[in-house]
Ligand binder design. Structure first.
Ligand code: ZN
Length: 500
């Protein structure tokens, strides 16, 4: 009975996955080429697809099949993972009543609209009622998703980082914060402040896109199985392991945006391209968690792309494109400039060190919203106090403060921690790769990225969702989640910047 059941299950899951990826194509198109007048038509198309997915996902026959196969101990490891993941996804879908799903969708679209207006006028009060509604609905969602006896916020964390709880996260984040604050104080006291003014000279858009494309191609992003387009907000989206789309944006007076942005998205893209092709058209064919996904983008962007060996190779390429703009700069000066540490108002623009302080503050406020200790109306004050105490920055307006991020407006709670987890996982994986590949720095300096990519493919990419993040990290590094490798990386970076 096992084989016919598995065939039946795979057919059902293939349909579901196809619907999901079709929605992703429409979503990608909406961000890149959709004419402005077609937004409403597109919303209908996406809603229809979402409805179809929901009915397939909650179909009783699928539930029965998964029940039978869960009890079948003749399955091999991959099929067991397939059944486990499919059951997990179905359980989540069935725990939320249709009424709540519809109310959430409406609250999210109203939330986005209110957030845009509030941000424009820098007036948090205009966003507050919509945010209150979103928090209320997400409290209900969390309560329905949570297993008995567990904290509702853990159920929201689980949506982005399966299995992770506040109890595990809090001590790690606590030590990370203490370490970060100490390092920041040191950077200020020692006056470590490399010049980065050359990054803001004028670099024509076409040349920026050409060099960034050349670099991500060399890193290993396969343009035969992917493409690159322009959007306001960069992202990576996947339709199959043979079709991975990246987007980027270009500022002619800021060399960082397109170059590092595209390396970041290519890190996501190479992960998706490296998933075992046998997992195509199944729920195993995507990343294991948001945090592990972010570890891949950050590893390439920061640990490779801002390292001294990397610029040994990349700087001559850059100079060929921009000989005049960079005539007075060398690889060393360039690499130092890309690592300048300076507290900033804006999360997305902040450096490797201070970035996490933004996330820790978001996490604290978010938890408070769900345990009842924080009211929506308190958010601006909490944000401003946190920025002053943690980063020494006075926030001039809500627009540059608590209203800068879109996540809560679209109902994404429990998401922010993934960014910091990505930094921690990325540093752990890079240390392990360095141990396994003793000549890694020399390889990077010669533009040989295949050994590192091969290592990541083997330890992370190919597994898709068949292994959990915890299993992959333990097997690749021999350790559980911790802040130690990341703080060690920052220590080394600061010491490098300090030696002139
Ligand atoms: Zn990312």
């Amino acid at each position: 009975m096992t084989e016919p059941r598995l065939t039946d299950l795979r057919a059902k899951l293939a349909k579901l996955t196809d619907l999901g990826h079709t929605g992703a194509v429409l979503g990608w198109d909406q961000e890149t080429y959709l004419p402005a007048g077609a937004t409403e038509a597109r919303a209908h198309q996406l809603a229809t697809l979402a409805g179809l997915s929901h009915s397939l996902q909650t179909d009783m026959a699928l539930g029965a099949l998964l029940g039978e196969l869960s009890a079948d101990d003749s399955l091999d490891e991959t099929d067991r993972a397939l059944v486990r993941i499919a059951k997990h996804d179905r359980d989540l879908a069935t725990r939320l009543p249709e009424r709540l799903v519809t109310e959430l969708a409406e609250a999210e679209s109203l939330g986005l609209e209110a957030w845009r207006q509030a941000r424009e006028t820098s007036d948090f009060a205009r966003f507050a009622p919509a945010l209150e509604r979103l928090v209320e609905l997400n409290r209900e969602k969390a309560a329905r998703l949570a297993d008995p006896g567990t904290a509702p916020y853990d159920a929201l964390l689980d949506l982005h980082e399966p299995g992770l709880t506040m109890a595990e996260l809090d001590p790690v984040f606590g030590r990370l914060e203490a370490g970060t604050v100490a390092l920041l104080r040191e950077v200020v006291e020692r006056g470590i402040d490399p010049d980065d003014s050359f990054l803001y000279r004028t670099f024509p858009a076409d040349d920026q896109l050409a060099i960034a494309t050349e670099i991500v191609g060399a890193l290993g992003f396969d343009l035969e199985r992917g493409r690159i387009d322009l959007t306001t907000h960069p992202f990576c989206t996947t339709f199959s392991s043979t079709d991975v789309r990246l987007t980027t944006r270009i500022h002619e007076n800021d060399l960082r945006s397109c170059l590092f942005g595209l390396i970041h998205e290519a890190g996501h893209g190479m992960y998706e391209q490296g998933i075992d092709p046998h997992f195509d058209r199944t729920p195993l064919g995507s990343g294991a968690s948001m945090g592990i996904h972010e570890s891949q983008s950050l590893l390439w962007e920061n640990l490779v792309g801002r390292s001294r060996p990397f610029w040994e190779w990349a700087f001559p390429l850059l100079c060929r494109r921009f000989p005049e703009q960079l005539s007075d700069i060398d690889a060393d000066k360039f690499q130092r400039g890309t690592n300048r540490i300076r507290p900033s108002l804006n999360r997305v623009e902040s450096d490797e060190l201070t970035y996490n302080l933004h996330i820790l503050l978001r996490y604290r406020i978010e938890r408070g919203l769900f345990d009842g200790s924080v009211a929506v109306a308190d958010i601006p004050q909490l944000w401003n106090d946190g920025m002053r105490d943690g980063l020494g920055i006075d926030v001039p307006s809500d627009r540059d403060g608590c209203l800068q991020d879109i996540h809560w407006a679209m109902g994404a709670f429990g998401y922010f921690p993934s960014y910091t987890l990505g930094k921690l996982y990325g540093a752990m994986l890079f240390e392990a790769a360095r141990r396994d590949l003793p000549t890694l720095d020399d390889q990077l300096a010669r533009g040989e990225f295949a050994p590192l990519l091969g290592w990541l493919r083997d330890k992370v990419h190919r597994h898709g969702r068949a292994k959990t993040t915890g299993e992959m990290i333990r097997e690749a590094t021999g350790e559980d989640l911790s802040e130690v490798a990341f703080l060690r990386h920052l220590r080394a970076r600061i010491d490098q910047l300090a030696t002139a």
